[in-house]
Design a protein around this ligand. Structure first.
Ligand code: CDP
Length: 206
């Protein structure tokens, strides 16, 4: 069973993906981490994420140790990820890894921006997770504070707007809901309730 989960920043897609993976005993891939690692590779070398040729080089020689680096989750790396993710050659470099992960025996859960549309168009279940913009900003603010990153809520709101805009309007694999995806609005809902709703959809149709 392949479960594809997409949605904008801090919509709750990662939490839902991890929960469904645990519930159904499936491996999980946070595809955003691939774009974040590409960006972090550049940031660590003082190269701007907007440097297309360097971004392509980084994506083609991804340093997997960066997955464990605490900086992977920083707001700066997230912003950089959204910049490198707009380069088609970067997306191409990361494509096979994601498709192979999805097609492993038994299936998998993947979350990102283009899973239901580009990476797994034939997924058994697709969810598009959304939430109110202010709530998303507050959630991410809390997550970053817990990880020791202090950032003003207003700065984060601006970053979120920029990132939503860039991710939704790029030419290659923009963030859009697949026609056959289930829309899950997590605004005001507890994590448990969101998981319950998704499991109900899966269990009724598998
Ligand atoms: O966790 P958060 O919502 O902040 O973002 P993420 O999933 O870690 O992804 C970081 C950035 O990578 C996004 O803003 C996208 O630009 C890009 N991304 C993408 O283009 N396609 C994916 N499948 C996953 C992430």
């Amino acid at each position: 069973m392949i479960i594809a989960i997409d949605g904008p920043l801090a919509s709750g897609k990662g939490t839902l993906a991890r929960a469904l993976a645990a519930h159904y005993g499936l491996p999980h891939l946070d595809t955003g981490a691939l774009y974040r690692a590409t960006a972090l590779q550049l940031i660590n070398k003082n190269i701007e994420p907007s440097n297309e040729s360097e971004a392509i080089k980084a994506a083609n020689a991804l340093d997997l140790s960066l997955f464990e680096n605490p900086e992977l989750r920083s707001a700066k790396t997230g912003a950089g990820a959204s910049v490198v993710a707009a380069f088609p050659e970067v997306r191409k470099a990361l494509y096979d890894f994601q498709v192979n992960f999805a097609n492993q025996e038994g299936g998998a859960v993947l979350d990102g921006r283009d899973i239901g549309t580009v990476i797994c168009p034939n997924a058994d279940f697709k969810f598009f997770v959304v939430a109110d913009a202010n709530e998303r900003a507050e959630r991410r603010h809390r997550e970053l504070l817990e990880k020791g990153e202090e950032i003003a809520l207003e700065t984060l709101i601006t970053q979120i707007k920029e990132r939503d805009e860039r991710d939704s309007n790029r030419n290659d694999a923009p963030l859009t809901m697949a026609k056959d995806a289930h829309l899950l609005d997590t605004s005001g809902l507890s994590i448990e309730r969101v998981i319950e709703k998704a499991c109900a959809i899966i269990d009724a149709n598998r």
